[in-house]
Design a protein around this ligand. Sequence first.
Ligand SMILES: *[C@@H]1O[C@H](CO)[C@@H](O)[C@H](O)[C@H]1NC(C)=O
Ligand SMILES: *[C@@H]1O[C@H](CO)[C@@H](O)[C@H](O)[C@H]1NC(C)=O
Ligand SMILES: *[C@@H]1O[C@H](CO)[C@@H](O)[C@H](O)[C@H]1NC(C)=O
Ligand SMILES: *[C@@H]1O[C@H](CO)[C@@H](O)[C@H](O)[C@H]1NC(C)=O
Ligand SMILES: *[C@@H]1O[C@H](CO)[C@@H](O)[C@H](O)[C@H]1NC(C)=O
Ligand SMILES: *[C@@H]1O[C@H](CO)[C@@H](O)[C@H](O)[C@H]1NC(C)=O
Ligand SMILES: *[C@@H]1O[C@H](CO)[C@@H](O)[C@H](O)[C@H]1NC(C)=O
Ligand SMILES: *[C@@H]1O[C@H](CO)[C@@H](O)[C@H](O)[C@H]1NC(C)=O
Ligand SMILES: *[C@@H]1O[C@H](CO)[C@@H](O)[C@H](O)[C@H]1NC(C)=O
Length: 597
Amino acid sequence: MPAFSVPNSCLFRFAVVLCFAALGLAGDPYVFYDLTVSYLTASPLGVKQKVIGVNGQFPGPILNVTTNWNVVANVKNDLDEPLLITWNGIQHRKNSWQDGVSGTNCPIPAGWNWTYQFQVKDQIGSFFYFPSLGFQRAAGGYGGITINNRDIIPLPFGFPDGDITLFISDWYIKSHKEMREDLENGVGLGSPDGVLFNGLGPYRYDNGLIPDGIPYSIVTVDPGKTYRLRVHNVGTSTSLNFRIQNHNLLLVETEGSYTVQQNYTSMDIHVGQSYSFLVTMDQNASSDYYIVASPRFVNSSDWTKAVGVAVLHYTNSQGPVAGPLPDLPNENDKFFSMSQAKSVRWNVSASAARPNPQGSFKYGDITVTDVYVILNRPAELIDGKWHTTLNGISYLAPTTPLKLAEQFNVPGVFKLDFPNRLMDRPAKVDTSVINGSYKAFVEIIFQNNDTTVQSYHLDGYAFFVVGMDYGLWTENSRSTYNKWDGVARCTTQVFPGAWTAILVFLDNAGIWNLRAQNLDSWYLGQEVYISVVNPEITDKNELSLPDNTIYCGALSPLQKDQAQRVNFSKGTPQFPRTVQTAVIAIVAAIIQTLMTR
Ligand SMILES: *[C@@H]1O[C@H](CO)[C@@H](O)[C@H](O)[C@H]1NC(C)=O
Ligand SMILES: *[C@@H]1O[C@H](CO)[C@@H](O)[C@H](O)[C@H]1NC(C)=O
Ligand SMILES: *[C@@H]1O[C@H](CO)[C@@H](O)[C@H](O)[C@H]1NC(C)=O
Ligand SMILES: *[C@@H]1O[C@H](CO)[C@@H](O)[C@H](O)[C@H]1NC(C)=O
Ligand SMILES: *[C@@H]1O[C@H](CO)[C@@H](O)[C@H](O)[C@H]1NC(C)=O
Ligand SMILES: *[C@@H]1O[C@H](CO)[C@@H](O)[C@H](O)[C@H]1NC(C)=O
Ligand SMILES: *[C@@H]1O[C@H](CO)[C@@H](O)[C@H](O)[C@H]1NC(C)=O
Ligand SMILES: *[C@@H]1O[C@H](CO)[C@@H](O)[C@H](O)[C@H]1NC(C)=O
Ligand SMILES: *[C@@H]1O[C@H](CO)[C@@H](O)[C@H](O)[C@H]1NC(C)=O
C-alpha cells in the first residue's frame, strides 16, 4: 500500500480502512441471526388461532445492533406459503437486493431458507421487520430492530436505565388468508376484534368486555428510574393512541431521527410508525398503572371491543390497577392529531449516526427538481376486480421482480412511466414504476381521498415531513412548509381528506418500494417502486447481485433446487452465534484503537 508512506494521519487512516476492506476484513462487526418463521397457536383474545411466530416467539426476537454493523440473517420459511421478510426503515445503502419486497426479491418458497446480508450503515434508532407478502403481517411475523449509537457519539439524553420494546397492533380473529380473500371479494376488514400489546390481549379492565384468564403484557419497572420505550404500530390498518396513566411520554426519537424533546400525555401512532419515549417512573406506586393503545379515527360508538391495555408495574407497587382507563384525548377534534404530528420536529443540533449534527443537512435550502402529487382512492372495481390505486394505477406485481428484470435485461416487465399527477383516464392495473433521477431532490405530496388515515412508507430512504393539512394541496400550500426542522423518517400518516408533503434526496441507487402500510390498501394495489439509477456505472454505485439469489418468473431456469427442504421447526438446534460475534467485535475494536492512535 503506497499510501503508508504518506505522513498524513488522515490519509494513513484512509489507507488502513481500504486495506482491510481489500482483504475482506472490514472493521465493522458482523452479527448472525437464524430466524425461523412458522405458525404457532395462540389465543390473544381468548380464541385459539394460528399466528406467525419467529423462532417460536410471537412477537419475534429483537435484533439489537449498533450503527454500521453487518447483519447476516438466515430466514427459514416454515410456513405453507412463500415468504419475504422486509426490514422496515433499514436503508440498505446501494443494496436494494436485501430489501425483501416482491419488487426486489423472489419469494422464499415454503421449506426453503434464504440468508439476507446487509449493513445498518449510518443509521440509529427504532425499526422493525415483518413478512411483506400476502397479508402475513396481520398474523404476526414481526420483531424489533434496535440500532444503538456508536460509543463515540453521545445520546442527546441521559443513558436510560432500561430499554423496552412494545408492539401495538389492531387484531383480527380471522386468519390472514381469510382476510385477504374478503378483500378480493370487496368485503372490507370491518372493525378489528381487539388491540394487542406484544402479541397479548388486554388486561381485564372491564369484566363485561373481556373474558377471564387472558394473558396480558406486564412492564415491570423500578421507581425513580427512566426507561426508553420503543413503540411500534405493527397492526393491519388502525391508528392507535398510546398513553400511560399518570406518566409523561418524553418523545426523543422517531424512525432514526432524534427529535426535539417534548412531553406528551399521549401519542397517535399510525400503522407502520415507530417512536421512542423516555418515561420516568415518578409516581407513588399506590397501584399499578394502565398502558393503553386505543383506536383513533374510528367512530367510538361503533367500537364495541376492548382496547389494548397492558400494565405498568412498579417493583414497589401497592396493588393492582383498577378504575377507569385514562381518557382518549380530544376525540372529536380532527386537528388535534394533525397538530401533534406537526409538533414532532428534528433536533437539528443532536448527532445521530455521524458525529456532525443531524441538521447539517439543510434540506430547506435545496432546490426541488421533481414533484409528484400522489392521490390515493378507496377500493374500486377495475375490470370486475377490487383494487386500490395511486394516481389511478393499481400495482401489478410481476412474476419476475423488477430488480432482477433490470439486472438481466428481461424486457417488458415494467414501464418507467408512473405519472406525476392523476391522469384523466380510467383507473388501470399495471406495473408502472417511477423513473427517479439519481441525486434528484423530490417533493412528493400524498393526497388522501379515502375516509380513513393512511400511512405511506418509502424503503431505502428517510424523508423530511414538511407539511400537512386538510383539503386539496395547491402550489400555495408550499408557503406553510417547515423548511428547517421537519423530522426525517420513513413512514408518514396522511389524514382522510388531507395531504402530507415530503422531501427526499434520491442518493441511494436501487429500486425502492413506496407503499401504503395499511395492509388492506397495500394488498389491493397501493404501492409503486422508484427506480434510482446512477448513470455512471461503477462497482461503488450498487452492490452486485448476491451469490445466493433466488430466481423466479422469467428467470426460473437459473434456479437450482435447494438441496434441503426440511421442516426447520424440527430441524437442527440453533446455536447462538454470540461467540463468533464477540471475536469479530474484539478484532474490530483492536483495529479501531490502532487507527485512532
Ligand atoms: C443491546 O445492545 C446494547 C449495546 O451493545 C446493550 O447495551 C444493551 O444491553 C442491549 N440490549 C438488550 C435488550 O439486549
Ligand atoms: C440455508 O441455511 C443453511 C444453514 O442452515 C446455510 O448453509 C445456507 O447457506 C442457507 N441457504 C441460503 C440460500 O441462504
Ligand atoms: C417532562 O415531564 C417530566 C415529568 O414527568 C419533567 O420532569 C420534565 O422536566 C419534562 N420535560 C420537558 C422537556 O418538558
Ligand atoms: C399517590 O398518587 C395518587 C395520584 O396522584 C394520589 O391520588 C394518592 O393519594 C397518592 N397516594 C399516596 C399514598 O401518596
Ligand atoms: C358514529 O356511529 C353512530 C352509530 O353508528 C352514528 O349514529 C354516528 O353518527 C356516528 N358518528 C360519526 C361522527 O360518524
Ligand atoms: C437536542 O440535542 C442536544 C444534544 O446535541 C441536547 O443537548 C438538547 O437537549 C436537545 N434539544 C432538545 C430541545 O431536545
Ligand atoms: C428516466 O430518467 C432519465 C434521467 O434521469 C432519462 O435519461 C431516461 O430517459 C428516463 N427513462 C424513461 C423511460 O423515461
Ligand atoms: C374525494 O374526491 C372526490 C372527487 O374529487 C371529492 O368529491 C371527495 O370529497 C373526496 N373525498 C375525500 C375524503 O377527500
Ligand atoms: C414442522 O414440525 C413441527 C413440529 O413437529 C410441526 O408442528 C409442523 O406442522 C411441521 N411443519 C410442516 C410444514 O410440516
